[in-house]
Design a protein around this ligand. Structure first.
Ligand code: NI
Length: 207
């Protein structure tokens, strides 16, 4: 699971109590709407928390047993595949850290699963030139389109050009009115550059 934001998420279909088994939680950064359920979910399920070192050490301090700290540009081979943390242009504090000592960068993830499929979860980010480094290496890209806090549809379209994924799943929109977007209009603009799969909360797709 990436960036769990369930119990206080106004549009989530899944609540924390619905999650019985979970192996890994990948956290792109420490903001409330990405991290709020990570620690309780990890404690509830025994899942391993993966993310930038300062976030995972905070999770450990909170009682999470299995953590794996990484940093931007670093990769590690997990049982399910190779995970590399990618850069993101975004701020990050660690939600719940009242001491303020766990300052951290925001990032994203590039994953090559054991079956060879590749996934890019951009995290919360602006359009960045570094995305061009992923060109031709991504089957499915999860890209924010919400604007205001992350890139909007205009820049997400340019990110599609930068990365050239086969499939794009828009994310980080319509949680609140402030980040309302027309995903279908975005898909129309992407056109034949990639297949855009618009997922409603609770829906799934095969990689
Ligand atoms: Ni954020």
């Amino acid at each position: 699971m990436f960036d769990p934001f369930l119990d206080e998420n106004p549009v989530a279909e899944v609540r924390r109590s619905d999650v019985d088994t979970l192996d890994y939680i990948l956290v792109s950064h420490g903001h409330y709407d990405h991290f709020a359920d990570a620690v309780p979910l990890a404690i509830q399920t025994g899942a391993e928390v993966i993310g930038v070192y300062e976030i995972t050490s905070f999770a450990k301090d909170q009682g999470v047993r299995r953590t794996h700290g990484m940093n931007i540009g670093g990769g590690y081979r997990f049982p399910f595949g190779y995970v590399k943390m990618t850069p993101a242009a975004h701020s990050s504090s660690v939600h719940g850290d009242t001491t303020g000592v766990h300052n951290t960068l925001a990032g994203g993830f590039w994953i090559e699963f054991k079956n060879g499929k590749t996934l890019y979860h951009a995290g919360d980010t602006a359009l960045i030139m570094e995305m061009q480094l992923l060109k031709g290496r991504v089957d499915t890209a999860l890209l924010p389109i919400g604007d205001n806090f992350t890139m909007g549809p205009e820049d997400a379209l340019r990110a599609v050009e930068f990365v050239s994924p086969r499939v794009v799943v828009p994310m980080h929109y319509d949680t609140w009115p402030l980040i309302h977007q027309d995903a279908k209009a975005f898909a129309a603009r992407v056109g034949t550059l990639a297949e855009v799969r618009i997922l409603k909360p609770g829906e799934s797709t095969e990689l």
